[in-house]
Design a protein. Structure first.
Length: 97
């Protein structure tokens, strides 16, 4: 399923954030190239607004936020290993708006 999202436009956290590390690691461990040229933002509000306004991007978000985004998402909860919690972050899923 991750391969299906490899060519999607991604909205990701900046490189220093735990979710960004998870994003890159999941692609590498699946033997896939990390998608080039993602949109970077550390703002949850910006991510949500972008997901609501454009039907094409994908974002890795905390599981509780994904539950709220399901109302307008085409697909949600692409479950992968969510060991980002060890780095102090919440369990997370990918959301396709």
């Amino acid at each position: 399923m991750l391969a299906d999202l490899a060519t999607s436009g991604w909205i990701v956290d900046p490189g220093i954030m735990p979710l960004r590390g998870l994003f890159e690691r999941e692609f590498k461990e699946a033997g896939l190239a990390v998608p080039p040229h993602p949109i970077e933002t550390a703002s949850t509000i910006t991510t949500v607004l972008m997901l609501q306004r454009d039907p094409t991007p994908v974002s890795l978000v905390p599981r509780d936020m994904a539950a709220r985004l399901r109302a307008f998402a085409r697909r949600a909860a692409v479950d992968r290993r969510t060991d980002v919690a060890r780095a102090g972050g919440p369990p997370c899923v990918a959301v396709v708006a």
